[in-house]
Design a protein around this ligand. Structure first.
Ligand code: UDP
Ligand code: MG
Length: 338
């Protein structure tokens, strides 16, 4: 059977919101006038998410369950779903009802009517997000636009519809440290956007603690911009000029016979430059770490189970080159990541 629409939903410990989500999503999809599948990616949940999904599958044949072996993160979970999804169109949506499922119908409409490949869901109203989330998000989008040159739509998260061609292009790229919301605009496919109101999380709590937010930010910066490396160069250069000026000043002072005074400024300068050097080393380390991780060639996630394969009587496990078994990974040439 040809699948016209795949809905990819990453889920991490979402037992609280799952029934509410399905209750709202299913009627929208049943009425959408296209054959569909829902690819629920269970990102290594430790709660009842997996059991609930299995139960729901019995009465909802279009539901397909993909389980990752460990919690691999939001972006990796979406990546796993996009590799497995079979649709002509694919939409990625959060499970917490912050992205209204009703908008999917509108996106499909726009995609077909305007003949575009990507339809971004753009948050027109974020008043339900906390001030901290809004502030950091604004800083993130502004900074990324400026330093990466990626023309990512402001306030577009991971609620978006993509054509098969777009998803094939995304899947072909290395998945390590992938930030899908920045990768997609760089591909340059024709796009449109649909505005929506970002609602409050319907139940449960955020699965994006500060640590994960920082990881996403670091991946975004180091993955899409070399500006920080240039900062380091400029810091170093201006430090050198400053040090030279200080040297001249010290010589002049010495000649004037005023050599001892000024040790506080010396301490400040030494400490300041030590700090700057460590900062620059840290920046370098981030990039080197990225190179190192992709050289390992380890997949960013392992698919432990795919209900589609299990239902067909096959061995459930990796469904594509993106999610290799560990033994297969070892034989893959490292440079394949680049
Ligand atoms: N999520 C995931 N793996 C993670 C963290 C989050 O699959 O490690 C999923 C989560 O279940 C939800 C979506 O990603 O469907 C967005 O997460 P959340 O709503 O907690 O983030 P927030 O809206 O608070 O930024
Ligand atoms: Mg959320």
């Amino acid at each position: 059977m040809r699948v016209e629409l795949s809905v990819v939903v990453p889920m991490f410990n979402e037992e609280a919101v799952l029934p509410l989500f399905v209750e709202r999503l299913r009627p929208v999809l049943d009425r959408i006038g296209a054959t569909y599948e829902v690819v629920a990616v269970d990102d290594g949940s430790g709660d009842l998410t997996a059991a609930t999904l299995q139960r729901m599958k019995r009465t909802w044949p279009e539901l397909r369950v993909l389980r990752l072996r460990t919690n691999s993160g939001h972006q990796a979970a979406i990546s796993a779903g996009l590799v497995a999804a079979r649709g002509d169109w694919m939409v990625t949506i959060d499970a917490d009802l912050q992205d209204p499922p009703e908008v999917i119908a509108e996106m499909l409409d726009v995609g077909r009517r305007e003949r575009v490949d990507v339809i971004y869901g753009v948050r027109t109203d974020r008043s339900t997000d906390t001030a901290f989330k809004r502030g950091t998000a604004k800083l993130f989008y502004r900074t990324m636009r400026r330093i990466s040159g990626v023309d990512a739509p402001v306030d577009a998260g991971d609620f978006r519809m993509m054509s098969r061609a777009t998803v094939d292009a995304v899947n072909a790229l290395p998945s390590h440290g992938r930030v899908i919301r920045l990768v997609v605009p760089t591909l340059g496919f024709p796009s449109a956007s649909v505005g929506y109101r970002r609602d409050e999380r319907a139940a449960g709590s955020s699965k994006y603690p500060l640590g994960k937010m920082l990881r996403l930010t670091l991946d975004s910066i180091t993955g899409f911009s070399q500006a920080p490396l240039r900062f380091a160069t400029w810091f170093g250069l201006s430090g050198f000029v400053l040090a030279f000026a200080m040297l001249v000043l010290a010589v002049v002072r010495k000649l004037e016979g005023d050599a001892v005074s000024g040790w506080p400024s010396t301490v400040v300068i030494v400490a300041g430059f030590a700090g700057l050097q460590l900062l620059c080393l840290g920046i370098l380390g981030e990039y080197v770490g990225r190179i190192h991780a992709s050289l390992q060639g380890r997949p960013t996630y392992y698919v432990a189970y795919d209900s589609l394969i299990a239902d067909q009587g096959g061995r459930s496990g990796p469904t594509s080159g993106e999610a290799l078994l560990p033994s297969e990974t070892a034989t893959r040439h490292p440079s394949a990541e680049f």
